[in-house]
Write a protein that binds this ligand. Sequence first.
Ligand SMILES: Cc1cc2nc3c(=O)[nH]c(=O)nc-3n(C[C@H](O)[C@H](O)[C@H](O)COP(=O)(O)O)c2cc1C
Ligand SMILES: CC(C)CC(=O)C(=O)O
Length: 347
Amino acid sequence: MERWTLREFEAAARARLDPAHYDYFAGGAGDEVTMRANEAAFGRLGLLPRVLRGVTKLETDVTLLGSHAAVPVLVAPTAFHRLADPEGERATARAAAAAETIMIVSMAATVAIEDVAAAAPEAELWFQLYVQPDLAFTERLVRRAESAGCKALVVTADSPVMGLRERDLRNGFDDLPAHLCCENLRDGDRVRPVVMSPEPSWEHLGLLREMTSLPIVLKGVTHPADARLALGHGVAAIMVSNHGGRQLDTVPATIELLPEIAAAVGGAVPVLLDGGVRRGTDVLKALALGAVAVAVGRPVLWGLAAGGERGVARVLGLLRAEVEHALTLCGCASVHELEPGMVRRPC
Ligand SMILES: Cc1cc2nc3c(=O)[nH]c(=O)nc-3n(C[C@H](O)[C@H](O)[C@H](O)COP(=O)(O)O)c2cc1C
Ligand SMILES: CC(C)CC(=O)C(=O)O
């Protein structure tokens, strides 16, 4: 495992997981056009290194909404970690803490947010929320995230309904096994279902802002007009995301959407990106084109399924080493020196 590449982690995860669970993690919506495009688009971009810049020391740290990350590679919110490892989100959080990065804990986690925080007291945690139509319940979730020490609320906006995931339909995967549940959704003696609802609107962002003083990150922005609207609604950061190709199929690759969104935002708030980040060079391209950090979803799940906490730590360490290596080759002493002129788009 110490010498594995990300591809080898994925192969090991596939070999270990129940095939229906592997498909749930790996799959996308529809024909998986968007899912494939996210990765492929990075490959089409070229990096133009600078030379003879006398780099002696590397700076990869970023501070985001008051949270520190030693490398600008965050853990994206993904559901159901206990399908991959018995320790589930506890193991992921410990690995994120060891890697000194931020973990965005999914509302649909299989370990309660309080227990994730207790398992990894050093971890920088943000909490991902699907606004539930029952606003009183939504508020209770926000309070729990605050009390557990989460430093930001990541509101996912790209899921008015669940994407059409044909692998899951084919496998009949529509629920967790009986011994697992979405622990954040316990409510008295029942567990509520995750409600993906088309009801939330821009007004709900206002309600959330009144509800909490936590900074709000809007996740799932792909249209520049929505990025501008988000600024008007007081979001603290924008996350360019197409949900890893799991929601609306044929949305373009996030790295292709990033420049326009970064231009629309104009530096007013930090812009993050996820979708298809698999290499240090992908991270550099996203930063050069206007992101302050990226997040990875499936790579973390492959680490977790293949090797638990150690597997996730190894995946995050691999990405960190690649970022440092690529920065050195690009002649950059700091992630802040990356700029659009270092990325060449295909003609
Ligand atoms: C198995 C799985 C579960 C996910 N669960 C959530 C979730 O609960 N909330 C959310 O906002 N995004 C969720 N996502 C989307 C990720 O946060 C992220 O946008 C996506 O995985 C990034 O693409 P990547 O997997 O190519 O890195 C999930 C993604 C996967 C693969
Ligand atoms: C439980 C689901 C709502 C999690 C999710 O967002 C996903 O599977 O992409």
